[in-house]
Design a protein around this ligand. Structure first.
Ligand code: SAH
Length: 241
């Protein structure tokens, strides 16, 4: 079973123990994966995994459910001031592998990229492929881009802003300290990172004032695409036992 390919299926395609495959899925299963009639794959539906048998071009039969618990025990929401070029694609890919549940693209003062609707669609496809590849149960959500001010309303009791310079405690220490809360009361961690040019001082102050905890990821200055990956790795390491 472990070797079977995974495919995200939307709940509306799933009726009476059958999956009605879209043209794109048919192409993927028969041409890309080269499955033959009777071959099996794993259908990911609503956080559940089902063994499915490829019957003919447009239908698969659903067999048994496979128990899975590969998700982190808390939701991780990543607020990322968009890096330039295709940088956000790498962030989405790596951080999906690491367990992020929701990506929020943020347009901050020094953000250079103005994302088109096509770009957002592309990020969603990348999240889906990465979720299939890394054996996630869910595909992380990618919200529409928001302004920096809007992003601050995501604050909760466990919100961190990564600050490249200044005297802030290491994220790891904060997570270790808050660990008991994570086990008992809190179900969501929010992390905010800046763009290449950094967040402005006013932006950093506004986040701290809104209730984000300022944290450091070390003495080196990380690139805008590296910081979210490092922060998410620490969270996932703390939550994996
Ligand atoms: N050009 C800026 C750095 C931007 S780095 C400067 O020279 O100050 C891009 C983003 O990554 C930052 O806004 C911050 O959110 C995060 N980051 C990079 N290195 C970091 C570190 N060592 N600790 C915490 N956050 C960091």
């Amino acid at each position: 079973l472990a070797q079977l390919q995974r495919l995200v299926i939307s709940p509306s395609q799933f009726t009476n123990r059958q999956i009605n495959l879209t043209a794109e899925q048919q192409h993927y299963l028969s041409r890309v994966l080269r499955l033959r009639e009777g071959d099996c794959f794993i259908a990911m539906v609503y956080g559940e995994w089902w063994v499915a048998k490829f019957l003919n071009l447009d239908v698969a039969e659903v067999l048994e459910q496979i128990p899975a618990s590969n998700e982190l025990p808390v939701e991780v929401v990543l607020l990322v001031a968009l890096p330039k070029g295709n940088g956000f694609e790498d962030v989405v890919r790596s951080c999906t592998e690491l367990g992020v549940s929701c990506f929020v693209p943020v347009v901050s003062e020094r953000t250079l990229l103005k994302p088109s609707p096509q770009k957002i669609e592309r990020w969603r496809r990348i999240a889906q492929e990465a979720a299939e590849q890394s054996e996630r149960q869910i595909v992380p959500e990618i919200l529409e881009p928001i302004t920096y001010t809007q992003s601050l309303s995501f604050v909760n009791e466990l919100s961190f802003i990564c600050v490249a310079r200044g005297e802030f405690p290491p994220l790891l220490n904060c997570l270790v300290e808050l660990r008991p809360k994570l086990d008992n009361t809190l179900s969501k961690i929010v992390i905010l990172t800046g763009p290449e040019g950094g967040l402005t001082q006013q932006e950093e102050e506004a986040a701290l004032k809104a209730g984000f905890l300022g944290v450091s990821l070390g003495k080196r200055i990380l690139r805008a695409v590296t910081a979210p990956v490092v922060a998410t790795s620490l969270v996932s390491a703390i939550l994996t036992h």
